[in-house]
Design a protein around this ligand. Structure first.
Ligand SMILES: Cc1ncc(COP(=O)(O)O)c(C=O)c1O
Length: 421
């Protein structure tokens, strides 16, 4: 006798291709031998464990500021953390307008992204191509469809966006929301400030036409990791959004520690923010309160030095890995993205396929010589829309992370890629 599952439950019984691939690799992974360029893990050296000791002591001893930090928290988030985030955002760029709210998710930015699938109508999500494959997989299992807009060097291409929206015809009524990652995962393409603004204008125009507010979510996951000194500082569109359709999703995972599971939604006070807080209550009351308060303490006292240290580390790695990619893989490259922010490179080969089953993938993940390190990466096939404009190109792409592994090992892996090519 089978358990009767919902559509989502049934769709979740089989692990996604990507999860299966990573599980297969992890199963036989040999520490110190095999090289994992696939995981989105941060570099362990960037995690400030000593500061966490200091923060926990501060939170547990100052019971006036950090009230009942080991009890249940309110669903809107720790008042200390909301205040600290506002202060941090004001120091980095413009203060969040007073009428804007911040809601802390129960479990990182991922829980905010997941909540959107319950709070907004099941329909069409307009996003970039390639896109954040983990979230697209969630959306797909929950019955959403995509309009995937190929990106150029500044982000999703406006002409393609216009064309794709007009091709929707009456179906455009089914657009549920827009979702853009400001340092895209997988490509680490930086969304320029002009494009960010233009995407908001496009969404506002469609909202006006349909006489409803269609939200635009900017996922800032890697925005704090702009490590290229030539990079232009990011500019939020929240203060200049008269229609109130723009929202930002942030996380402390990449700059403090993923295990904190602190993510937030910032946006205009209104029904969506109120519903998000209720959803947090439904999911788990709140993120652990003492962890939120530790994050508040760190944002108040240590975040600027931490950001400088983290970015110096990724800058050094980006330069060394970029040099290795150019010298080892140069003649095979059609295009290379990444290297200025975040911690992924995203090469496109001229004519070598990268998907599981391709000679390149198999030779790296299952070398004939068992003494040779096995190398894993994220094939572009999992990141592009399977029926989108760049589906073929995706078969020649890969995401290579320089976050987790140390530089010497990444360079070793790139040499093995050259041999495989
Ligand atoms: C684009 C993007 N959004 C969100 C997340 C998840 O963030 P969190 O750890 O806060 O759940 C990631 C993690 O890799 C990401 O790449």
């Amino acid at each position: 006798m089978d358990v009767r599952l919902s559509g989502y439950g049934a769709a979740s019984t089989a692990p996604s291709h990507f999860n299966r691939m990573m599980a297969d690799f992890a199963h036989t992974f040999r520490d110190g031998v095999d090289i994992n360029l696939g995981v989105g893990y941060v570099n362990e050296k960037t995690i400030p464990v000593d500061l966490f000791h200091t923060a926990l002591r501060a939170v547990s001893s100052d019971t006036g500021t950090y009230r009942q930090a080991f009890n249940y928290g309110g669903a809107a988030g720790s008042p200390n953390l909301v205040r600290a985030l506002r202060g941090f955002l004001a120091r980095r760029q413009s203060p969040l307008p007073d009428r804007y709210r911040i809601a802390i998710g129960p479990c990182g930015a991922t829980s905010i992204l997941d909540a959107l699938t319950d709070l907004l109508p099941t329909g069409i999500v307009v996003t970039a191509d390639p896109n954040y494959y983990i979230y697209s997989d969630t959306l797909e299992r929950k019955g959403f469809r995509f309009v995937a807009v190929p990106e150029d060097t500044e982000g999703p291409c406006l002409a393609a966006l216009d064309r794709k929206i007009s091709e929707l015809g009456d179906e455009a009524e089914r657009i549920s929301f827009f979702y853009f990652v400001t340092v895209n995962n997988p490509s680490c393409t930086i969304l320029s400030n002009a494009r960010r603004r233009a995407l908001l204008d496009a969404a506002a125009a469609i909202s006006q036409k349909q006489n409803r507010r269609i939200p635009v979510f900017y996922d800032l996951a890697y925005e704090l990791l702009l490590h290229d000194p030539a990079g232009v500082p990011f500019r939020s569109v929240l203060p200049e959004d008269p229609l109130g359709v723009a929202y930002e999703i942030g996380t402390l995972s990449k700059v403090l520690a993923p295990a904190l599971r602190i993510g937030y939604l910032a946006g205009p006070a209104g029904e969506l923010m109120t519903a998000m807080v209720q959803k947090t209550a439904d999911t788990g009351f709140s993120a652990p309160l003492f962890v939120q308060d530790m994050a508040a303490y760190l944002l108040d006292h240590h975040i600027e030095a931490q950001l400088a240290a983290v970015n110096a580390g990724y800058r050094e790695k980006a330069l060394a890995v970029s040099a290795a990619i150019h010298s080892e893989l140069g003649p095979h490259l059609e295009e290379l993205r990444g290297g200025s922010a975040g911690f992924y490179f995203y090469p496109t080969f001229r004519d070598t396929r990268t998907e599981p089953g391709s000679k390149f993938f198999e030779r790296l993940s299952n070398p004939a010589d068992p003494a040779q390190p096995r190398v894993i990466y994220i094939p572009g096939q999992y990141c592009v829309h399977p029926r989108g404009d760049i589906a073929e190109k995706g078969l020649r792409q890969l995401r290579l992370s320089y976050g987790f592994e140390e530089t010497g090992r990444i360079v070793d892996a790139i040499r093995l890629m050259r041999q495989a090519l």
